[in-house]
Design a protein around this ligand. Sequence first.
Ligand SMILES: [Fe+2]
Length: 286
Amino acid sequence: MPDAFYQDNMNIKRIGGYTLQQVAKDVWAIDEFGIDIMYLILGSEKGLLLDTGIGAGNIAAVVKEMTDLPILVVNSHHHYDHAGGNGQFEVVYAHEKAIDTIMEQNNMDMRKAFFASQEARSEYNHEACLKTFINQISNFELKSFVEGHVFDLGNRKLEVIFTPGHTKDSICLLDRVNKLLFSADTVVSTPTLILDTFSDTLRTYQNSLEKLKKLRNEYELIFPGHYLRPIGERYVEDMIECVQNILMNPYIGKEDECHMAKGQVYFYQYKLASVLYTTDRALKKG
Ligand SMILES: [Fe+2]
């Protein structure tokens, strides 16, 4: 679609190949070429960039074009499609459990392997030339936070909710005043990945979902790290039942394929929710 199409639309912008969509007042979803979605959340004193994508474009320049505010950069979890652009910023914040992995994976071998896997991904829209950015890694300072930390943007506050499951270091950010939950990969439209190679147990994931359910009067819209957005809050309840069914019968899903897992992968859908999982995540206690 030509860039000119977007020029007169106040809610959709094209900057540096990225598509930005205003999804709530002063909240911009930044689609990184179909691969992932970052969020630029603006307050009166500061802005916050949730995730940095794989780093296949100049996300720092996009942020600069959108605002003059000082920016806090936060990773929702360690996965490279959420932290691959960290090197474009001086300081990045992540949950304390994510720190070691994010630092370990900031190397050229990891980046090359990950970029190759993204090139083959069906969601990738080929609007960025991955080869241009594949060699770009830089150092950055990584600072840790824990559950309950509040990122204060002035008139907007974002509270960290620790939600292990998809990974052991996953978080959501909650804006209670505006009733928005930024869920990253903890709640995506479909399916959530709970795999033997990087996830916590399904029981732990269920506990995280129960935590989100208890907070359900605090948010009306959920903004995920991939695919369609926003997601309605009913999805969390469907996901709890979905996970419960898998825990009762780990083989309830249909056999599927996923190159990210070591073992056999199963797909199970219940109402609005679905999970792609390996059975060891359901059988493992804890
Ligand atoms: Fe992820």
